[in-house]
Each structure stands twice: as structure tokens, then as C-alpha cells.
Design a binder for this molecule. Structure first.
Ligand code: FAD
Length: 406
């Protein structure tokens, strides 16, 4: 019998983590990690932070050295796209026609940035930010004093705005919703984030649409739906991602808000698995189907899918964890706060250091901290344990939550 061969499509964090996991678990067959970007797997979070503001080199984002793949006998194939899955034949086909044996396949194909459907969105100088090459291109244009318009004030947009201000660019950030970051952070904290951006010189305009991007050979301005024209030498569009589901779709695999997987990361085809930004799964934390776009989920779900490929899968339980760094504000979020939850503040929410705890019927469901990493870490353990925590303990900054709730 031919040796088993696991093919991992997508050489991002989830794909790499899966490859590492199968080897760490002693899988002796072939492991092929295929990515269409021309780089070994790298970390995306620094792209909108250190790589843009110049505090990190592009090379420093690499997740593993070349020797790691050799030492672990992982065939890493970069700059090549998988064009078709043929699970019934036990193969995948690359865009150049190469056929690769695949006993099992993991789809860790991530997502691509949503594009803006307005006139001028294809002009040179209008940038998206998802890949290392995108980040290097944007960074090369962020000169001190340059007029930068950021479209979308979600996490990526807000981080780009912060990095550009750090360099000394003149930044306008345009957001269609009434507040920046509101969908993820809820109004209390999101309003304060908006204030931090304004205090640092970002011209933040909310509840506004983009009418057109103007320019002849290159972008020159962005016009909003109220007729205001913002001069722009660089425009960065950060309006979300679209999951890369096309391969799965063509192979007849069930799709929802991404590639639908069961509780062990298996798709509707028993030989095909999915993990990371592309996977639509049932979250045991919120008890509904979700698709996460977070580093922690890509890491953990990549490992969980690998265990399932090995036949050792168990129910995937996500650890709800997210962070964003903007200026000197390091925000961490644990759990899944909802707008209807009760909020208990630890520290002054108008300062640069506080934590908001979210309670539902007395049970801790979420925590968002700015420059309070220990509080958020402690809250995560309590959230995962579905603990009821007295509000007075949460509110007192002198209390170590870890010790007080043992
Ligand atoms: P990806 O990293 O997208 O990897 C998928 C790979 O598959 C890509 O290289 C893609 O090109 C490739 N691919 C797709 N189709 C094919 C094909 N047919 N053949 C071959 N290859 C294919 N999360 C946080 O929690 N905190 C942060 O601060 C944070 N900051 C971020 C900043 C930026 C700029 C970005 C872009 C993301 C950030 N994230 C952050 C999110 C986090 O990085 C992602 O959730 C994570 O990288 C997703 O990993 P993934 O492996 O699922 O997908």
C-alpha cells in the first residue's frame, strides 16, 4: 500500500500548525504544505503594526526557519496554487497541472481582503493589507507628512492609522458605522478608541460613505458621500475579508459562512478538513456557528484539525482570545462580550489603562483590557470555567483575580 500523504492547502498559521502537529504526533507519512504566496509561512499580526511603522523587519515575521521544514520532513511548496481537489481520487492538482497524492486534505486557505466597489478603487496607490508583500508595499509609501486615507475603522484600519500616525503621516480614517471598532468592542470601549485616535491627530469621520477615489495616473483624493474631498497620496482599504472557499465549493463541499466543518474540523467530505479564518464551525463558547478571524483560533484549530486527520480528533473548543496594538495601547479581549451584558470597570475607562468585565446573570462572559494583560488572562480562565464572580472583586484594581478566585 502507498504511504499516506497529508496535503495542507494554505501555508499560513493554521496550515503550519497542522503540519507541525502531525509530525509532533509521530505521523510517518508524507506531509505537503502548499502555499500560493512566495514566502515561507509568516505571522500576519505584525504586518499592520511593526512592519508598517518600521519597528519590525519583514523577515522577522517568518514563523519557522527553512531548517525546520527539512528537520521535520515537511515538503513546503511556496508560490504554487492548488487548483482542484479530487478527494475521490486521493489527489490534488496544482495550477501548473502537477498532481500530488493526498490521502487527506486540510483546507487552511484563509481569506482575501474585501475590495471597495467604487470608482477609482483600482488606481495605483490604493492598497489592501493582507500579505507580507502588501505590507512592504504600503510601508514603502508611508513617508512622514504623506496624506493617508484609511477606509474602514475595524482592527486592520485602526492599526494602519496608528502606524501611519506614528511615522508622522497625515491620516484621515473613514468609517461607515457610527463608531470605529464598534462591532467587536461594543460602544463603551469603541467610543474611547475613537477618542484616542482623534487625540493622536487622526481625522476620524464616522457614519460616512466613500463616493469615489480620484486620480489620473495615481490616487489623489477620496470623496465622501457628503461631497467632502480628502487629498490622498496613499489609500488603505480595510473593510473585512472574504473566506477563500472556491476550492471546497468546486469539490462539492458544503459551504456556509466559510467552509462548514463538524466539531472535529471535518468538512462534508470525510477526507477533507478545514481550519483557521476559512472554517465555519460550531463554537462551544457561544453555542452557535461562527467563523473566527483571529490568530489564536488559527493556531488552535490548525492543531485540532491535524489531530482529526490522524484519527485522534476530539471536539474543538475555541479559546476566545484576540488582541490589537494601536499606539501605546495594547488591547486584549477574552470571551465574547455582548452589548446586553452588565459591565464592571476596573480602573478609569478614560485612562490608558483599564479593564472592562462583562457579566451575564452574574457569570463572567468577557473581558476587554487596555494595558492590563494580567487581568484579561485571569478573566479568560474564569470565563472558560463559567464562573460567577462578584462585581466588587472585579472592580478593585488592587485585587489579583487569579488568587482571589482560586
Ligand atoms: P491565512 O494566514 O490567510 O493563510 C492562508 C494562506 O493560504 C494564504 O497564504 C493564502 O494565500 C493561501 N491560499 C489560499 N488559497 C490557496 C490555494 N488554492 N493554494 C495555495 N495556497 C492558498 N489576529 C489577532 O488575533 N490579533 C491581531 O493583532 C491580528 N492582526 C492582524 C493583522 C493583519 C494585517 C492581518 C491580515 C491579520 C491579523 N490578525 C490578527 C488575524 C490573523 O493573522 C489571522 O486570523 C490568521 O493569520 C489566519 O490564519 P490562517 O492560516 O487561517 O489563514
Amino acid at each position: 500500500m502507498a504511504e499516506p500523504s497529508f496535503v495542507i492547502v494554505g501555508a499560513g498559521l493554521a496550515g503550519l500548525r497542522a503540519a507541525e502537529t502531525v509530525r509532533a504526533e509521530g505521523f510517518a507519512g508524507r506531509v505537503v504544505l502548499i502555499g500560493d504566496e512566495p514566502h515561507l509561512p509568516y505571522d500576519r499580526p505584525p504586518l499592520s503594526k511593526g512592519v508598517l511603522d518600521g519597528s519590525r523587519s519583514p523577515d522577522s515575521t517568518r514563523l519557522r526557519d527553512e531548517s525546520f521544514y527539512v528537520d521535520n520532513d515537511i515538503d513546503v511548496v511556496v508560490g504554487r496554487r492548488v487548483a482542484a481537489l479530487r478527494p475521490h481520487e486521493g489527489t490534488v492538482e496544482l495550477a501548473d497541472g502537477t498532481i500530488v497524492a493526498a490521502t487527506k486534505v486540510l483546507l487552511a486557505t484563509g481569506g482575501r481582503p474585501r475590495t471597495l466597489a467604487v470608482r477609482g478603487a483600482d488606481l495605483p496607490g490604493v492598497r489592501l493589507l493582507r500579505t507580507l508583500d502588501d505590507a512592504v508595499a504600503v510601508a514603502s509609501e508611508l513617508d512622514p507628512g504623506a496624506a493617508v486615507v484609511v477606509i474602514g475603522a475595524g482592527f486592520i484600519g485602526a492599526e494602519v492609522a496608528a502606524s501611519a500616525r506614528t511615522i508622522g503621516c497625515e491620516v484621515t480614517m473613514l468609517e461607515a458605522a457610527p463608531i470605529p471598532l464598534g462591532r467587536a468592542l461594543g460602544p463603551d470601549i469603541a467610543e474611547r478608541y475613537g477618542a484616542h485616535h482623534r487625540a493622536r491627530g487622526v481625522n476620524l469621520r464616522c457614519a460616512i460613505g466613500v463616493d469615489a477615489i480620484e486620480g489620473t495616473r495615481r490616487v489623489q483624493a477620496v470623496t465622501t458621500t457628503d461631497g467632502v474631498r480628502y487629498p490622498a497620496e496613499v489609500v488603505v482599504v480595510g473593510i473585512g475579508i472574504v473566506p477563500n472557499t472556491e476550492l471546497a465549493d468546486a469539490a462539492g463541499i458544503t459551504l456556509g459562512n466559510g467552509i462548514v466543518v463538524d466539531e472535529t474540523c471535518r468538512t462534508s467530505n470525510p477526507a477533507v478538513f478545514a481550519a483557521g479564518d476559512v472554517a465555519d464551525f460550531h463554537s462551544t463558547v457561544v453555542d452557535r456557528r461562527v467563523r473566527r478571524e483571529s490568530w489564536q483560533n488559527a493556531l488552535d484549530q490548525g492543531a485540532a484539525a491535524a489531530m482529526s486527520m490522524l484519527g485522534k480528533g476530539s471536539r474543538y473548543c475555541e479559546t476566545p482570545w484576540f488582541w490589537t496594538d494601536q499606539y501605546d495601547l495594547k488591547l486584549q479581549m477574552a470571551g465574547t462580550p455582548e452589548p446586553t451584558d452588565d459591565v464592571v470597570w476596573r480602573g478609569d475607562p478614560d485612562s490608558g489603562e483599564f479593564c472592562a468585565f462583562y457579566l451575564r446573570d452574574g457569570i463572567l462572559t468577557g473581558a476587554v483590557g487596555i494595558n492590563r494583560p494580567k487581568d484579561v488572562r485571569a478573566a479568560l480562565a474564569l470565563i472558560m470555567a463559567h464562573k460567577a464572580v462578584p462585581a466588587e472583586l472585579l472592580a478593585d484594581p488592587s485585587i489579583d483575580l487569579r488568587k482571589a478566585t482560586r
